[in-house]
Design a protein around this ligand. Structure first.
Ligand SMILES: Cc1ncc(COP(=O)(O)O)c(C=O)c1O
Ligand SMILES: [Zn+2]
Length: 399
């Protein structure tokens, strides 16, 4: 294993990786894994990757977990990167379809790595606040390796996520509130209950799994990063993870200095990062009365806000909000033009594309990548009821 230590993303303090831990003990900010890339590069080469198993564990040398320990895996990663056919004809559009992961979302990547490490370091009971998909992923990986999963979700989380967690034998608690309230409930009870807190960026390894989004994208684009990335941003772990991957790949000599312009896409009803970006703030204030059907984007306060904002600015990208009606409308347009049943979070990125083009943020002919982070099929009631309500409003009898 080439993991050297953990480093605080804010104050830089080093922490020993070999014990279960959450945030920096000095400043309570997220910890990042620091990998010995020079040593890793002796066995991990771009050429060898092509011959390895088709899961994210093919990047083993840059992931945590000792080499002789079997990862907890359900075949995550290696999702298709599809060329857009008809949605945008004036740019070179690609879609990374993360709905093909185990439990139908990109959350599988983070949980495969984080559950592997939590188990290795001795945790037996894992707890997570979730907008839905992270809960399903934790439930699956915990079940796979015989650990307990305790999942706290807002009561109005899509039904598929709730049922999935229960069928995967997780302990599910529904909270009248938002994901931040779920996190607070875990924080209150975890010591007494003996739970290890798996909240994103509050443990060091979910971001390591998510960084494989960046490795895989580069590999699939023949080591040329795109001009633009649109990422549906809640906690921002995928965005932060990809950025880390880009730096690691540059240190490995796999890519050059060029970085994509990173755009965070949020929902108009919950857009703390957009507000903070526009206000040129370093951190994002909690967004009041957060609401959106894109449950993964209903994150009013993210612990990694300062990291997200740094990346958006450092990459000369930005942040944009899309309203729910536009997400739903766009999902159907993408369905008809691309043959993909998007999650609303992915649809938000498609909906953001044209406004960004109109604002001159994406030029014609540029290569843009959109992440469809999950499966539309998990949001049936949200699509169904939206179409229904619209039909009633417009006096239609059918839709
Ligand atoms: C489908 C989907 N997309 C996007 C997000 C936001 O992900 P991140 O925390 O990496 O910003 C989530 C989080 O719950 C999600 O479930
Ligand atoms: Zn610190």
């Amino acid at each position: 294993m080439f993991l050297k230590h953990l480093e605080c993303s804010a104050c830089g303090l080093h922490h020993d990786w070999s014990r279960l831990q959450n945030l920096c003990r000095a400043c309570h900010k997220p910890l990042f894994a620091v990998v010995d890339l020079a040593a890793a590069s002796r066995t991990l080469t771009r050429e060898r990757l092509a011959t390895r198993e088709k899961s994210l564990w093919r990047y083993r040398e840059v992931l945590p977990l000792p080499g002789d320990v079997e990862p907890v895996s359900l075949g995550e990663g290696e999702t298709p990167l599809l060329r857009g056919q008809k949605f945008a004809d004036d740019i070179d559009l690609w879609i990374k379809d993360e709905s093909l992961n185990p439990t139908q979302s990109f959350k599988a990547r983070g949980m495969s790595v984080a559950v592997s490490m939590a188990k290795y370091l001795g945790a037996t009971k894992l707890a997570v606040p979730s907008a839905g998909n992270a809960g399903g992923a934790l439930a699956a990986y915990a079940a796979r390796t015989g650990l307990e999963a305790h999942i706290f979700m807002p009561r109005d989380t899509p039904l598929a996520n709730i049922v999935e967690c229960r069928e995967l034998a997780a302990h599910v608690t529904l909270i009248d509130g938002l994901i931040t309230d779920c996190g607070a409930e875990i924080a209150r009870r975890k010591e007494k209950e003996g739970w290890f807190d798996m909240s994103t960026l509050k443990e060091p390894y979910r971001v390591e799994g998510k960084k494989t989004l960046g490795y895989e994208l580069a590999e699939q684009l023949n080591w040329q990063l795109p001009d633009v990335i649109l990422y549906p941003t809640g906690g921002g772990t995928g965005l932060i993870g990809m950025w880390k991957a880009f730096d690691e790949m540059e240190a490995l000599g796999w890519i050059g200095k060029k970085r994509p312009r990173m755009f965070a896409v949020q929902a108009a009803g919950c857009a703390p990062i957009v507000r903070a970006f526009e206000a040129e703030a370093k951190t994002a204030a909690e967004f009041p009365d957060a609401h959106t059907i894109a449950s993964g984007l209903r994150v009013p306060k993210a612990i990694g806000d300062f990291l997200i904002l740094n990346i958006l600015r450092g990459s000369h990208g930005g942040a944009i909000a899309v309203d729910d009606e536009e997400m739903i409308r766009t999902a159907r347009e993408v369905g008809s033009k691309e043959g993909l049943f998007l999650c609303p979070e992915g649809a938000a990125c498609f909906a953001a594309l044209k406004p960004l083009q109109r604002a001159g943020k994406i030029a014609s002919g540029e290569r843009a990548v959109i992440f469809n982070t999950g499966a539309g099929i998990k949001y049936l009631e949200c699509y169904y009821s939206f179409a229904d309500k619209k039909a009633v409003r417009e006096g239609l009898t059918k839709n």
